[in-house]
Write a protein that binds this ligand. Structure first.
Ligand SMILES: [Zn+2]
Length: 131
């Protein structure tokens, strides 16, 4: 995995309860984003070639994967950061939480406390959302 990993402050939110947490964030420079876009495009189009040999399914899969290739590449080109994981106490029960996310900063990140099973949301600092 290329790019630079940094630790940033974040918050875990459960309704009106908030706890301080940290997220590990992987930054993607221009070259890394281009490489990831090419890998995404090649994966989709490679799968489309493989799908040609699937009876009946190829009518749907081949055109879908051909269209998906550029969309995946576009999304990878625009993704400057990947949120790797979050670590902090549960805002409801204070149990320690460490969960892998592997998410971009635009997608809402939800997880469930392993102790009290409540749904939690990860709130990122504004400077991460802008990049
Ligand atoms: Zn909890």
């Amino acid at each position: 995995m290329k790019g630079s990993v940094s630790v940033e402050p974040a918050e875990l939110v459960q309704h009106d309860r908030v706890s301080n947490a940290t997220v590990r964030v992987l930054g993607h420079d221009r070259r890394d984003r281009a490489r990831r876009a090419l890998v995404g495009l090649a994966s989709c189009w490679g799968a489309a070639i493989g799908a040609v040999f699937l009876p009946v399914l190829h009518f749907v899969l081949v055109p879908a994967l051909i269209v998906a290739g550029p969309l995946v590449a576009w999304s990878q080109l625009r993704q400057h950061l990947t949120v790797l994981d979050v670590e902090g106490p549960c805002p409801a029960c204070s149990a320690p939480i460490r969960e892998a996310l592997m998410s971009d900063t635009q997608t809402p990140m939800t997880l469930r406390c392993g102790n009290c099973r409540r749904a939690l949301t990860v709130r990122l600092p504004s400077h991460l959302l802008e990049s």
